[in-house]
Write a protein that binds this ligand. Structure first.
Ligand code: FES
Ligand code: FES
Length: 161
């Protein structure tokens, strides 16, 4: 059975058609046109599909779309402040070379966003632990960790002003 699921996506209320068995990932990509969230494994192993749901990071491939009824969803498309104004995390990934093919990057950035929202001054171990479920096959993790550390440092400086 196909239902109409109401949710807020990137600050906008929307209604998306979702068969009972369809995942949030598929509905966001296919019905919502939000293809920034990537489908890597589709079984919860890679983290490429990470979005923030009601303030918590989730693997969108493990959430049925109907479970998102009434939820507040943030995807990578909602992160930048304007088309020409990326989020600090996105800037830091570019600055540190933390993204190459970019397939894993949206999920990693969203996981990092969720981490910094909850813990603005994470240690390196805490960053590594938070990103443990996000697999990147290209860059290795050093530059990714540096990018998240750089964003955390800049946010700390901004708070001190
Ligand atoms: S696509 Fe969801 S964890 Fe891999
Ligand atoms: S940059 Fe992450 S898989 Fe290539």
């Amino acid at each position: 059975m196909t239902r109409i699921v109401s949710m807020t996506v990137n600050g906008e209320e929307c209604e998306l058609a979702a068969p009972d068995f369809r995942t949030l990932l598929d509905v966001l990509r296919n019905e919502g046109g939000l293809t920034g969230t990537k489908k890597g494994c589709d079984v919860g192993d890679c983290g490429a599909c990470t979005v923030i749901m009601d303030g918590k990071p989730v693997n969108a491939c493990l959430v049925l779309a109907v479970e998102a009824e009434g939820a507040d969803i943030q995807t990578i498309e909602g992160l930048q402040h304007a088309p020409d104004r990326p989020h600090l995390l996105q800037e830091k990934f570019m600055e540190h070379g933390g993204a190459q093919c970019g397939f894993c990057t949206p999920g990693i950035v969203m996981m990092a966003k969720a981490l910094l929202d909850e813990n603005p001054e994470p240690s390196e171990d805490e960053i590594r632990f938070a990103l443990a479920g996000n697999i990147c096959r290209c860059t290795g993790y050093t530059k990714i960790i540096e990018a998240v550390q750089g964003a955390a440092e800049d946010m700390k400086k901004a708070r001190a002003i």
